[in-house]
Write a protein that binds this ligand. Sequence first.
Ligand SMILES: CC(C)(COP(=O)(O)OP(=O)(O)OC[C@H]1O[C@@H](n2cnc3c(N)ncnc32)[C@H](O)[C@@H]1OP(=O)(O)O)[C@@H](O)C(=O)NCCC(=O)NCCS
Length: 173
Amino acid sequence: MDKARKIGINKLQTSEEAEICARMMSGSEPYITLRRDYESSLKMISDPLREIYVARSGGELVGFIIIVMRGALIGYIQSICIAAEWRGKGVGSELMDFAEKRILLEAPNVFLMVSSFNNGAKRLYERRGYKVVGELKDFIVSGHSEVIMRKTIGPAADFVKRQLHITSARLFI
Ligand SMILES: CC(C)(COP(=O)(O)OP(=O)(O)OC[C@H]1O[C@@H](n2cnc3c(N)ncnc32)[C@H](O)[C@@H]1OP(=O)(O)O)[C@@H](O)C(=O)NCCC(=O)NCCS
């Protein structure tokens, strides 16, 4: 826990960071079972339409999170991965805190998918207030589902109203 408290979170900037993240992801479950190899991980991490944030402790890159702010489900946490030796120390929770704050500035929902066999991650998301809203059977690999989860601060129409209120309040200050 002490170590985790010293982490800093920044946008991914260099191709070297992208390569470290791709190695971390492709060498770990659930991504091994999901057949996300180094090349496909690197492609995803290098896609400018996604936002990637990395967590560092000292000079070491200890984890990262991928966010998508476009498409049908705006505010989608596509992946999160912590270096194996850093798991269980609060880094994933800090990255989730960061991602949720960033998403909820622009959208009222945070979506993610968790593989049906990834019980540890599912437990973490449930503890953070995510609810199961659907299941995609055989979605990435045969025999496993991707479970869709959502955390919300309210309906979209109320969110738009609130945003307008904040904007007009700012205009009239
Ligand atoms: C899931 C993951 C992102 C959580 O990050 P973390 O830094 O380990 O999590 P924290 O220390 O903030 O919180 C611990 C909780 O994470 C969950 N967790 C899942 N896998 C874990 C692991 N291998 N080690 C430790 N905690 C894990 C558990 O719910 C744990 O709570 P518990 O101790 O009560 O069981 C991280 O363990 C990881 O990268 N796992 C492999 C990749 C993965 O599963 N990504 C999610 C894909 S949907």
